[in-house]
Design a protein around this ligand. Structure first.
Ligand code: ZN
Length: 372
């Protein structure tokens, strides 16, 4: 069954939408945050733990899995779900972003991108067709088109030609996509920070009729208010009956602001990455656990959080684990940060139901503090 989006209700206080994405591997309640499992694993988290904290869908990276262990091996293993023991939906990116940001000595042409692996320097070529072939082999539920993500800042003529290439590549991805019954290919709207170019990209891609649309090229170093402005002008142009996905965004403030502007799906490595550096997101803002002030703090990490970490471990103990470089510290903080964001999304969905998302936002920021 191809994926469908069911719009349950729109918030009367904002542009937020409550919805359900129906997939062949179950229903995803939106708005949702998707934990990122770059190398076919959400770092330090077992699939059972991801289910415990109610992850509905996770993301994995085409570029990394293509280079190691290789998509053919994963296909032989029975696909990515079986390989990593995850039976709920998986979204894979196209590899485009990593090819542009990690690949060395890349050469971009109309045909695709030639680059050297960041692992061993070997030479590779990824075209739109190749990106689809890899994702077809992985068997992800949601696949992304191979796009060119313009950097920030970039001038209009560069962004325009890059988005037009992204449209041509999206067309080629759609033609190359084989498993349309079980896998869903999303388009990616580019256009940098320019409202007219976002509009052009949205119109060209909507014409191609994808089952869902992402916004790419945001959260790439621009100030957050500028990202919110782009969302405000772009989401109204996106189809109401399809999911809208803002790529690479995962700070609590940006999740709330994104939902208010009509976004349904988010992903980011932020919660797990900062967890491994010893930073927790809590209801009263960020906690840097190695701080000396927590040496004798025997209270839970976040007194308002009821996750496994917060119920059982004190700040003093977590600090000790990080000071002693113990691997359990990374696990416990990753667990909490993901729980915190998934719980935040659950509360956001509740607030939309009750038409009080702006009130929720106000209460949240009064405690968490506002990050710009
Ligand atoms: Zn917690």
């Amino acid at each position: 069954m191809a994926l469908t989006y069911e719009l349950i209700k729109e918030c009367k206080q904002s542009g937020a939408r409550l919805g359900k994405i129906h997939t062949s591997r179950g229903i995803i309640e939106t708005p949702i945050f998707m934990p990122v499992g770059t190398q076919a694993t959400v770092k330090t988290m077992a699939p059972e733990e991801l289910k415990e904290i109610k992850s509905q869908i996770i993301l994995s990276n085409t570029y990394h899995l293509y280079l190691r262990p290789g998509h053919h091996l994963i296909e032989k293993a029975g696909g990515l779900h079986k390989f990593m023991n995850w039976d709920k939906p998986i979204l894979t990116d196209s590899g485009g972003f990593q090819v542009f940001s990690l690949g060395d000595l890349r050469k971009i042409s109309e045909e695709g991108v030639e680059f050297r692996s960041h692992l061993d320097g070997s030479k590779h070529f990824i075209s739109p067709e190749k990106a689809v072939e890899i994702q077809n082999a992985l068997g992800s539920d949601i696949m992304m088109v191979f796009d060119e993500c313009a950097p920030y800042p970039a001038d209009t003529s560069y962004v325009k030609s890059s988005l037009e290439r992204t449209t041509r590549w999206a067309k080629r991805c759609k033609e190359a996509h084989k498993n349309t019954e079980t896998q869903n290919l999303f388009g990616i709207i580019q256009g940098g920070m320019y409202a007219d170019l976002r509009k052009q990209s949205a119109e060209e891609l909507i014409e191609l009729d994808f089952p869902g649309y992402a916004l790419g090229g945001l959260s790439v170093g621009e100030p957050k208010p500028l990202m919110y402005e782009v969302l405000e002008t772009t989401t109204p142009l996106m189809p109401k009956n399809k999911p809208r996905y803002l790529m690479g965004v995962g700070s609590p403030d940006a999740l709330i602001e994104g939902v208010i502007r009509g976004i349904d799906m988010f992903d980011c490595v932020l919660p797990t990455r900062i967890a491994r550096n010893g930073t927790a997101m809590t209801s009263h803002g960020k906690v840097v656990i190695k701080n000396a002030k927590y040496t004798e703090n025997f209270e839970g990490l976040d007194l308002e959080c009821s996750c496994y970490t917060c119920k059982n471990y004190s700040k003093a103990y977590l600090r000790h684990l990080f000071k002693a470089n113990e691997v359990l510290g990374l696990r416990l903080l990753s667990y909490h940060n993901l729980y915190f964001l998934l719980k935040l999304m659950e509360e956001i969905r509740e607030a939309i139901k009750k038409d009080r998302l702006l009130d929720y936002r106000k209460n949240f920021f009064e405690k968490y503090g506002y990050e710009v």
